[in-house]
Ligand binder design. Structure first.
Ligand code: PLP
Length: 371
């Protein structure tokens, strides 16, 4: 069995996988309305919000686009805080729909300094929205969304705070209302232990007020339709019914475990992963509190070819790790540890990594592993 250790899609437990093969139901009927009602109620708890949370049949990027086009108009000034590939994507989406994007870009491997974000906002009073990635999957760095929220509100209490929580929500603590997040999004294939295809989004009252005047083009992703149809327990368009079945079960499992416990378990497995990787004498890209509890980026040692390493792990150790993206291609490899993951999965991946590295010429300075 393959040890799939990429930061999404993540492995699914049999409980959710089995749900996916159930017979279809009428998505305009009462059973579906009950299903959607349960899902929306539970998602509210996971977002820690009083707002409604809508389900889109889309990947995470669809939810990012939805975040932008429902609250902004072409020409609006936007501050895009980017600490990696997904931060860049948020900026690109805003630009594609005609926003005037001011980018605050940071070196890969570091988190955004809340004060620097506030300073950027102070320099440009026309900024209407701040786009932030909670957990930058491409680098394995988590931004302090609570602190960024506080810092930007001190400068402009009305600015829209738009957060991509795609690789954090459901794993790393997230609190939409307490942190003053106006638009929050996540999706199905990371912490929720079901396949890709569903995305979740929640708008604050301030974001809904912005919706009223937002002029960016939208149709499939017009949240007004989702809000209207939700009154009947339906989405506006034919949903991925099978994924709703899986999600219903996943949320029940997560609810039973309890949010705090889910968060604590992710922190624990992340700490375990970091300590095992460091014991091989390897360097982590992210350090301290900024290191993500859902994905760990490992710097590929000098003289080792990252692509060869990943291929060897895949072909001979049944272990699939993720490559670096963009500027980090060839420089790092990433281990995902979100959703369904236990210490033995990390042990399998790290033991494989140790052995494969030695075969590719790595000499472990800590003289551990590699046997
Ligand atoms: C932080 C973050 N944002 C956005 C996305 C894009 O999601 P998708 O690939 O589902 O469109 C991802 C996916 O890895 C992500 O990790």
């Amino acid at each position: 069995l393959q040890n799939l250790r990429i930061p999404g899609p993540t492995p699914c437990p049999p409980e959710t996988l089995n749900e996916l093969s159930r017979q279809m139901i009428n998505h305009r009927g009462p059973e579906f309305a009950a299903l959607q009602g349960r899902i929306m109620d539970r998602l509210k708890q996971f977002f820690r919000t009083q707002n409604e949370v809508y389900v889109l049949t889309a990947s995470g990027t669809g939810a990012m686009e939805t975040s932008v086009v429902n609250v902004l108009s072409p020409g609006d000034h936007v501050l895009a805080v980017s600490i990696g590939e997904f931060g860049d994507r948020f900026a690109d989406i805003a630009e594609a729909f005609g926003a005037h994007v001011h980018k605050l870009g940071l070196e890969p491997g570091t988190a955004a300094d809340p004060q620097a974000v506030a300073d950027a906002l102070r320099r440009e009073p026309a900024i209407k929205a701040v786009l932030v990635t909670h957990n930058e999957t491409s680098t394995g760095v988590t931004n302090d969304v609570a602190a960024i929220g506080k810092a930007i509100r001190a400068i402009n209490p009305e600015v829209l705070f738009v957060v991509d929580a795609i690789s954090s929500l459901g794993c790393i603590p997230f609190a939409q209302d307490a942190w003053g997040v106006d638009v929050a999004t996540t999706c199905s294939q990371k912490g929720f232990m079901i396949p890709p295809g569903l995305a979740f989004i929640s708008l604050s009252p301030r974001a809904w007020a912005a919706y009223e005047t937002a002029k960016m083009p939208r149709y499939y992703f017009d949240l007004g339709s989702y809000r209207n149809y939700a009154k009947r327990g339906q989405p506006p368009f034919t949903p991925s019914v099978a994924l709703y079945y899986g999600l219903d079960t996943a949320l029940e499992i997560m609810d039973k475990e309890g949010f705090e416990q889910v968060n604590a378990r992710h922190h624990d497995i992340a700490e375990y992963t970091r300590s095992r990787v460091k014991a091989l004498g390897l360097k982590l890209l992210a350090i301290g509190n900024e290191a993500s509890d859902t994905v760990t980026s490992i710097v590929v040692p000098e003289g080792v070819d990252a692509a060869q390493l990943l291929a060897l792990l895949n072909s001979e150790y049944d272990t699939v790790l993720a490559a670096g993206q963009g500027k980090l291609m060839g420089k790092i490899v990433r281990i995902g540890h979100m959703g369904l993951v236990e210490r033995k999965d990390i042990d399998g991946a790290v033991d494989g990594l140790a052995s494969a590295l030695v075969r590719l010429g790595y000499k472990n300075p800590a003289a551990v592993g590699g046997a």
